[in-house]
Design a protein around this ligand. Structure first.
Ligand code: GLA
Length: 413
């Protein structure tokens, strides 16, 4: 079997396999149903929150009307539990007729009419994680064609109910099948998350050729503990993960849970800052119909989004794991700028942290300014040896955008 897998992979590689869609040169942004709405299929008891076309139309309306779309949040993504429990007589996947009476094609049309894109979910196995029909190897082409014929723009392909060899065959095959549809469909692969997220089982070079993004690690849930666990896993393995990311190929630490129940204001700011440093996809999973101004202001912070979307596409790194429980992260950005995050994993009180760029081993242009991304406070005229102090709240961050000061030309007269 091993040999068969290897030879099939070689064959696929020699067929010019790469996912040639030119999509996601910067991390994708949008909304994804799973963390907040899960597999709630009881539309009788809970019509507003069940997985149904209404939910996705509501979210498309909110994205289009409440300023999200203009900021880049463009995907409206369906997750598990959208399908009927059985394929149709021709073997095609169909949406649950009660919850999606108009069908996915009509939903895609609606989403497109708002200037947005529609994502869908599948699973490379016998069943999806929630027990809906999966895409076994023999259904890959048919399902890719079905999604394309519906006008879908992105596919998240999960990996429940299958084994490593099926995945090793199936992910490249789906990539190829999506390419072959002629529709540009972004491809999110959950493959590495099922293989422990690390080499030698995971080959990130290969993944970057066949997927636009991939989940590496455990599911996020609505808690600070979960966010911390994810962040600490990413930093522990950054030597492997950081070089894997780049334009068109991103590590996905999972959804933004800002606007839900589990994070405080400080923790919400921390998730957003760290996801920006990680060049992570920004898929919110929250209720945009009932989101607070405070949560929206974090998710709609323009400078933060600009940092996340930096065209260089270089993922940031943890520079310093402080003994004082202050971690310092840095992301190199285009035009000789950078972002720094001071992240407190303390639980006592605001902590005054004094440092300089040289102390952090950062080389920077001669004179630079540092702008606090959340408070908009700017400190000018810093050089690499200038000491500065930031005050970081417990389980919070201070995020700085650091940019060279332009020499002002003196005008005569
Ligand atoms: C897995 C995935 C989640 C979500 C669920 C759906 O757990 O990692 O993101 O898609 O399945 O059942």
């Amino acid at each position: 079997m091993e040999l068969l897998v290897v030879s099939l992979m070689l064959l696929l590689a020699s067929c010019g396999l790469s996912l040639d869609n030119g999509l996601m040169k910067t991390p994708p942004m949008g909304w994804l149903a799973w963390e907040r709405f899960r597999c709630n299929v009881d539309c009788e008891a809970d019509p507003e929150n069940c997985i149904s076309e209404r939910l996705f139309m509501d979210m498309a309306d909110r994205l289009a009307e409440d300023g999200w779309k203009e900021l880049g949040y463009e995907y409206v993504n369906i997750d598990d539990c959208w399908a009927a429990k059985k394929r149709d007589s021709e073997g095609r996947l169909v949406a649950d007729p009660q919850r999606f009476p108009s069908g996915i094609k009509a939903l895609a049309k609606y989403v497109h009419s708002k200037g947005l894109k529609l994502g869908i979910y599948g699973d490379l196995g016998t069943y999806t994680c929630g027990g809906y029909p999966g895409t076994t190897l023999d259904y890959i082409e048919l399902d890719a064609d079905t999604f394309a014929s519906w006008g879908v723009d992105m596919l998240k392909l999960d990996g429940c109910y299958s084994n490593s060899s099926t995945k090793a065959l199936g992910y490249p095959l789906m990539s190829k099948a999506l390419n072959a549809t002629g529709r540009r469909i972004a491809f999110s692969c959950s493959w590495p998350a099922y293989e422990g997220g690390l080499p030698p089982k995971v080959n990130y070079t290969f993944l970057g050729e066949i997927c636009n993004l991939w989940r590496n690690y455990d599911d996020i849930d609505d808690s600070w503990e979960s966010v911390r666990k994810i962040i600490n896993w990413y930093s522990s393995h950054q030597d492997v993960l950081q070089p894997a990311a780049g334009p068109g190929r991103w590590n996905d630490p999972d959804m933004l849970i800002i606007g839900n129940f589990g994070l405080s204001y400080e923790q919400s700011k921390a998730q957003m800052a760290l996801w920006a440093i990680l060049a992570a996809p920004l898929f919110m999973s929250n209720d945009l119909r009932a989101i607070s101004m405070k949560a929206s202001s974090i998710l709609q912070n323009k400078l933060l989004i600009r940092i996340n979307q930096d065209p260089l596409g270089v993922q940031g790194r943890l520079l310093l794991k402080g003994k004082n429980n202050i971690d310092v992260w840095m992301r190199e950005l285009s035009l000789s700028t950078m972002a720094l995050v001071f992240f407190s994993q303390r639980t006592d009180m605001p902590y005054h942290y004094t440092t300089s760029l040289s102390q952090l081993n950062i080389t920077a242009p001669n004179v630079f300014s540092a702008q606090d991304v959340y408070s908009e406070w700017v400190q000018r005229g810093l050089d690499i040896d200038t000491k500065f102090t930031v005050t970081i709240n417990p389980s919070g961050v201070v995020m700085l955008y650091v940019y060279p000061e332009r020499k002002l030309k003196r005008t005569q007269g």
